[in-house]
Write a protein that binds this ligand. Sequence first.
Ligand code: JD8
Length: 410
Amino acid sequence: MRQMRLDVVTIFPDYLAPLDLSLIGKARREGILDLRVHDLRDFTHDRHRTVDDTPFGGGAGMVMKPQPWAQALDHVVADGATPAAPVPRLIVPGPGGVPFTQALAHELAAEPWLAFACGRYEGIDERVYEHAAQRMPVTVVSLGDYVLNGGEVAVLAIVEAVGRLLPGVVGNAESLVEESHEDGLLEYPVYTKPAVWDDDGTAREVPPILLSGNHSAIAAWRHQQRLDRTAARRPDLLARAATVRGLDDLEGRAACAADAPELLTLQRACWVPEGRANEAWDIPPLVETLDEVLAGLTAYRTWVWRIDGRLVASGRGRRAVDDPTTWEVARLVVAPDLQGRGLGRAVMEFIEAQAPADIRRFWINTGHRSDRNIRMYKKAGYRLAAGTPRFEGTVELTKPRRSGRGREKG
Ligand code: JD8
């Protein structure tokens, strides 16, 4: 079970008490999350435990002093450093930060160690950001376009959004796949018993389709509900989602040598989170040379997809060397800004469909800690393969080919 360490520095430790509750509290008790809260005033040395002072250049309000912050952050780094994670990724909430999104939540969920600096007053002395950036990666993140009084509320939201993505935190991991913002669409309406609710004389019924037992019809109804709601409430999301809904919205073709430089770049971008999640930085997609990518275009049948000329997705397949009736599906890549829309699944299904008629099963592998990939592959019908995987630190999954599928010509 993968554990994530999180350190929060604040002048209001009690503000983080809600993280003792519910699924995050349970994940802490089960050791999935190792969350520690530090009081910034413990890193002051004057009788009044002073953390703020007047702003240079004048103006209203107070500014947080640099020394307590430097000592607090240095303490956190010294206290938590391990060979696997020598420094944390520091998140500093601020109204001027990069927007916090589901995509960023997934990115942070791949980190072994996060630290949070909760500012107050008019903000933190700018030199603290310089001090921290010399020691660890620093990201200023905004919860949204409104003004709060401090960073604690943002940390509550970010820790919950990131923590619930870790394996074992949300009981039914399946439910994580179909959520709002997971694929650019809002969620569908949900109902439970009674089927007819007498609301003070008003009989309110559950949509009959949901009582039909016809799961594909229910799935279609729910998807339409998601589209309608997104169009009504968040047309901005729909606009983006609408432009890239599937592979049909992209220009796809068999790859050629000219694609190799972009393929090299895209695979490196897509495998950084896998390298971080699996603490493995020597995996082929991260270390391959251009010549090795070119060689891969010969060893595998490879396809690429572009939008506005930009290579944004790719995948490849080949007969397994040790079993010609097995089709290896590999190197599924989707540009990070287009992830979360089901394109990865679509590329996988396309590569499967290119398998010759005599292929009987599909094979795919990924990092043993690449939880999101494993979840998607299992949702697509793959199951963990027995036996020792070919490559250390990976898991292999296979799926039988259902009859009548795939290309006729062998
Ligand atoms: C951190 C101090 C208050 C902000 C003077 C009001 C995030 N989406 C967000 N809105 N506001 C914050 C936020 C506000 C903070 C601090 C985050 C530390 N303040 C300051 C500048 C104007 N006061 C935020 N994430």
